[in-house]
Design a protein around this ligand. Sequence first.
Ligand code: SF4
Length: 465
Amino acid sequence: MIAFDPELIRRYDQPAPRYTSYPTATHFRDDFRETSYREQVASSNEDPIPRPLSLYVHIPFCFSPCFYCGCHRLIVHPKRATAEGAEYLRRLIREIELQASLFDPGREVVQLHLGGGTPTFLDDANLARLVEGIGRAFRLAREEDRDFSIEVDPRTVTPERIALLADLGFNRLSLGVQDFDPEVQLAVNRIQPVETVASLLATARAVGFVSINLDLIYGLPNQTRDSFARTLEQVVALRPNRLAVYGYAHLPQRFAAQRHIPAEALPDPETRLALLAIAVERLTEAGYRYIGMDHFALPEDELARAFEGGRLHRNFNGYSTHPECALVGLGLSSIGFVGDAYAQNTRSLSRYYEAIDQGRLAIERGLVLSEEDHLRRTIIQDIMCRDEIRFEAYERRFDIVFAERFGAELKRLAELERDGLIELGASGFRILPRGRLLLRAIARCFDAYLADQRVAPLPRHSRII
Ligand code: SF4
């Protein structure tokens, strides 16, 4: 599935979007507001078969800063947590009601994802109120058809809290681990012993969670080949169903918390590459399938099966098995995709509260996709989620002749073929093992928003590896 070629990776390791959306959020426009969003929802309700719904709910608060973090989050002292959580939840439930009133009541919620920040920042009572609020406002799919997931910071939960999450209807869990080495944990201000995570996993399995994901990060301060290999051994022994292995992007000029990480504590580029190689080797040896950018899954996991069956999909939450859904973003800074448009809520807590208190949605920017955007978005999605791209699928759906429309892109693909990333034919291309870790480099060939495809510095984006 993956061939690890350090020389090739070094050559292609340039900044590139992660393509959780296309166009990327940097191209959203400030003149997309609530009225534009309402128009999109109304027109999506008129579709011959309106799409079911996937809800993303953002809880922006955390108790303390992890120094590697690049998320939009607000640090709150534990003493203020109950009051702050209640204030936020009041607005969030109001927003849920406002959003639900826009959608045809027949449209079911088949997927729910609570992300952050730290969703388990909310205490048990507030988490229960949130789930009840969603259930009152929206029509939820039957229990067996639901995919309800939550991101969990192991430091904020006990086995009892994990059992409560199952009672509330969550059936998928994602735990942030990053690294089990005590020195690395100290350097990133996130202490969570392996025993804590193991006990939470055991409870999650006992109370019926069908899928458990662990997040790891390579390239963190103090990581060495040996320490990361030990972490991987511990992770493999825990046997999560899915794993995400992200590369740490050190951008201290953008993310203040990262200024606590001295550059000299970071692994050098050669070690960083070796850490990725160790992860790929150890996880594939342990039976995990590489399903796409940064993500691994056991062969029987639904994501791995969706990849095999060509049903994998990518959105702001990473990979998903629900390509047919409209995505409704709820909470501070959340992003949705409904009809033909992306829509993002404000990133300012005071403006979020103000909008909701006035009975308005807090949407402050977004983008209505053109036909060209749709076409390129579909191709880029397919590159991120499949191992074979067939041109006729786009010719039929978008009424184009692929070779005429994408002459320049085919030339760029020919360069990738010379480097062994893909095998290019007249009717499509196949992503080869040497290209699997470089999906972003292949996808960017179709990104019309990148000014110079060969040398664009793209300072806003992280490097591919
Ligand atoms: S990594 Fe997660 S828990 Fe840590 S500061 Fe960032 S959002 Fe909060």
